[in-house]
Design a protein around this ligand. Structure first.
Ligand code: ADP
Ligand code: MG
Length: 555
């Protein structure tokens, strides 16, 4: 049997802890929300695993969370009968930066406390908030299905290390005991604790129990303990929606927007979907596992990133609860499930609707959204052909119109400004905004007063390759092939150009010879008005930026 060990936190955990204690100082009470949230997650996990193995309930399927306090010992205890943890899991989850996100979080730290405190919001680091009010935390836990002797006692003062030992534990689940810091006695109060629970955790779907007042009173349920998404919209306050979001998204900040829908008929389900304010840490992580929580008849089934939302909407968080899927649904079943396909495509439409409405009615809010998630949304036209036009409507770019870096020009605005005779949407791709506005390719367009969209994200080449046109107007790179300005071409210029091409033929041939390995062709062009020369690519080729990406990827 493993004995008691003294272990150190990973250096990063210590850093995180210190920051946490400082930045949450004015909002201490959220420790309770975080610990209750973990207890609720643990109950969800047990309920899901017990669908396959009922023995995990060990004869007790009534899941609940108990909150208690002891005035004399100066402790607060949060206890659940959820999944529990093994010794290894305790070390992994409470002592190390087990999740990639936490490391990215630490890399993002600037040393400026105010700025760093804001970063906390992006990462699920809830457990450590216990140390904001406690100078010693004890965790007692036993994994569901394990023998009592595999119980674990973990203890830490949040000062660099912790001890861990095995301890007999008849009941499964986890108990977190907070030994309050000097001066935190305000939390040793039933009224205060109830109030905090109702404020932040009312939406938790299992009962949160506290001892009632008076000698004889038994346990009382403090929260409403019903699935929030099942309640009628008009009965749910903005705050309740926000708190629920923080719980499902493991975020510290309220969401940017949400939509709540109940669908009845031959396919019945409820969806509550949120758009976060900030990018989740794993937005660019291919293996990202979170996203939408799938429930079947109120039972949590899984956190899913692939079956319920396409990748270009992977930032969406929330819950989908189906009445029709079987309770024993597996990932394999989800793969080709017609019901789920329909739920998914309806949910995508709702999210696109929400964004369209926001873009129209709250342009400032939409600008914030675009800055955070625009690059992800740009993957849409390639991934979701059916919704291509709707996604295109939501795209924003920089352009030569105002020549500012913030991307705020939509295709619709571009079309509105298009003059007589212009039949194409012109764009230029470049590595940076600076490179784009200074590009010699723009010279002739400036001279003619034609607006050009400036695309500077790596994904943009990919985007235009799949979009091809908007509202019937083809997208045309100003840096590709023969520059054909169509109706906008003036005749004399064209004739002059042909004449010049004849005149300079010998010179062009010498250039071609000298650059034989680097270029395919050397041409006279009216593209430029000030610069002597520029590189262009053929119409059917990827732009220079994309070629660079492909080369880097080994193509
Ligand atoms: P998050 O909840 O965002 O994952 P936390 O810091 O709140 O981050 O918790 C870290 C991890 O510790 C959880 O993901 C979970 O694996 C484990 N954990 C915390 N509390 C409990 C609990 N009451 N029961 C089981 N596991 C828990
Ligand atoms: Mg948590």
């Amino acid at each position: 049997e493993a004995e008691k060990e003294n272990l150190s936190f990973q250096a990063e955990v210590q850093q995180l802890l210190n920051l946490m204690i400082h930045s949450l100082y004015s909002n201490k009470e959220i420790f309770l929300r975080e610990l209750v949230s973990n207890a609720s997650d643990a109950a969800d996990k047990l309920r899901f695993q017990a669908l396959k193995d009922e023995a995990l309930y060990e004869g007790d399927a009534e899941l609940s969370i108990r909150v208690a306090f002891d005035k004399d010992a100066r402790t607060i205890t949060i206890k659940d009968n959820g999944i529990g943890m093994t010794r290894d899991e305790v070390v992994e989850n409470l002592g190390t930066i087990a999740r990639s996100g936490t490391r990215q979080f630490l890399e993002a730290l600037t040393g400026d406390e105010a700025k760093d405190a804001q970063l906390i919001g992006q990462f699920g680091v809830g457990f450590y908030s216990a140390f904001v009010v406690a100078d010693r935390v004890t965790v007692l836990t036993r994994k569901a299905g394990d023998k009592p002797q595999y119980g674990v006692r973990w203890e830490s003062d949040g000062q660099g290390g912790y001890t861990i030992a095995n301890e007999e534990r008849p009941e499964r689940g986890t108990e977190v005991i907070l030994h309050l810091r000097e001066g935190e006695d305000e939390f040793l109060d039933a009224f205060r604790l109830r109030h905090i629970i109702r404020t932040y955790s009312d939406h938790i779907s299992i009962p949160i129990l506290m001892d009632g007042e008076g000698e004889e009173a038994g346990e009382e349920k403090v929260n409403r303990a019903s699935a929030l998404w099942m309640r009628p919209k008009q009965d749910i306050s903005e705050d309740e929606y926000h708190e629920f979001y923080k719980h499902v998204a493991h975020d510290f900040e309220p969401p940017l927007a949400y939509i709540h829908n109940k669908v009845e008929g031959n396919l019945s389900y409820t969806s509550l979907l949120y758009i976060p304010q900030r990018a989740p840490f794993d937005l660019w992580d291919r293996d990202q596992a979170h996203g939408i929580k799938l429930y079947v008849k109120r039972v949590f089934i899984m956190d899913d990133a692939e079956h319920l939302m396409p990748r270009y909407l992977r930032f969406v968080r929330g819950v989908i609860d189906s009445d029709d899927l079987p309770l024993n649904v597996s990932r394999e079943i989800l793969q080709h499930n017609r019901m789920l396909d329909r739920i998914r495509s309806a949910s995508v439409k709702r999210v696109l609707d929400l964004l369209e409405t926001m873009a129209k009615n709250e342009p400032e809010q939409y600008a914030g959204f675009w800055q955070t998630f625009g690059r992800v949304l740009k993957e849409g036209p390639a991934e979701d052909f059916g919704n291509r036009e709707r996604i295109a409507k939501l795209l924003r770019f920089s352009s030569t119109h105002e020549a500012k870096e913030a991307a705020d020009v939509s295709f619709d605005q571009y079309l509105e400004r298009m003059g007589e005779g212009q039949d194409k949407i012109y764009y230029l791709t470049a590595d940076s905004f600076k490179a784009a506005v200074n590009s010699p390719h723009l010279e002739v367009f400036r001279k003619k007063g034609l607006e050009v969209l400036l695309l500077t994200d790596p994904v943009d080449e990919w985007l235009v390759a799949h979009l091809e046109n908007y509202n019937g107007k083809p997208l045309q790179s100003v840096a590709k092939g023969e520059l054909d300005l169509g109706e906008l071409e003036d005749k004399e210029a064209k004739e002059e150009l042909d004449k010049a091409a004849d005149e300079y033929k010998p010179l062009l041939e010498r250039f071609e010879k000298a650059l034989a390995d680097q270029v395919r062709d050397v041409r006279v062009s009216h593209r430029l008005t000030d610069s002597p020369s520029c590189l262009v690519v053929d119409d059917h080729e990827f732009g220079i930026g994309m070629q660079r990406i492909l080369r880097a990827a080994g193509h």
